[in-house]
Design a protein. Structure first.
Length: 105
């Protein structure tokens, strides 16, 4: 094969739990669901708004670990957006007409 390697596009998927989740994702979602179950056991006779507030930890963590196209999940997308907005960006022109000298660094 002349040292040509073919790596499938989903090769990282085998390293994930159930093909979608990292251990951190499961810990995050498990803690949200656990907090929701604990609040459901503690709060009695709650009206609709209180029940929605009780369900929020599971809903929010479930939303964060939902897979998204081109990113691992929503949490990773949010982290990338925040990193892009708040980190300094300096773009260097590297075209075909520029000499690559050490002074450009």
């Amino acid at each position: 094969m002349n040292n040509n390697y073919l790596i499938p596009a989903n090769s990282k998927k085998s390293q994930l739990i159930l093909g979608f989740f990292t251990p951190l994702d499961l810990i995050l979602f498990g803690s949200g669901c656990g907090l929701t179950v604990l609040l459901l056991m503690l709060v009695r006779n709650a009206d609709l708004t209180i029940m929605i507030l009780i369900l929020l930890p599971a809903l929010i963590t479930g939303f964060l670990v939902t897979p998204v196209l081109y990113y691992h999940n929503v949490l990773q997308f949010i982290i990338n957006v925040i990193s892009f907005i708040f980190n300094t960006r300096r773009y260097y022109w590297r075209g075909w007409c520029v000499r690559y000298d050490s002074e450009d660094k």
